[in-house]
Design a protein around this ligand. Structure first.
Ligand SMILES: [Fe+2]
Ligand SMILES: [Fe+2]
Length: 156
């Protein structure tokens, strides 16, 4: 089905963000693995897979709308050097993705592309209720229990 060009362009921008998020979780998860923080490694590896699943849903929709998915572009990565910095950088990225999703959802609504809108709402639900919420919880735990105790709690 022929889609509207501005919507396809917006979906491609969102695709770049999902792929960038996957790359950032990829490098952070492997750093956690190297440091022996296995619980964080597993969680971030899972986040990486979820971002790739979001990317996949966007690619499928762009193809359906007869557009060309741009799988080669990336935004700038923001790789942290310390555990709190890594969590904070990922949180900042999730918040930026959330904002971009909301404006894309409004654009779909205006264009009456309700099916694309539905896909983006699924992505926004994962972004807000899962990824963002989880990262905020970790930063709050570090605040409450101290970095040393938190680090110990995610080492196995
Ligand atoms: Fe995502
Ligand atoms: Fe996410």
């Amino acid at each position: 089905m022929q889609g509207n060009k501005p919507i396809i362009d917006t979906l491609n921008k969102l695709l770049t963000e999902e792929l960038t998020a996957a790359d950032q979780y990829f490098i952070h998860s492997r750093m956690f693995h190297d440091w022996g923080l296995n619980a964080l490694y597993e969680r971030f590896k899972h986040e990486q897979e979820e971002e790739l699943d979001h990317a996949s849903r966007l690619v499928e929709r762009i193809l359906f709308l007869e557009g060309t998915p741009d799988v080669g572009s990336r935004s700038a990565l923001n790789v942290g050097k310390t555990l709190p910095q890594m969590l904070k950088n990922d949180l900042d990225y999730e918040l930026a993705v959330g904002t971009a999703l909301k404006s894309a959802i409004a654009e779909c609504e205006k264009a009456k592309d309700y099916v694309t809108r539905g896909i983006l709402i699924d992505l926004l639900t994962d972004t807000e209720e899962d990824h963002t919420h989880w990262l905020e919880k970790q930063l709050r735990l570090i605040d409450k229990m101290g970095l040393e105790n938190y680090t110990q709690s995610v080492a196995s």
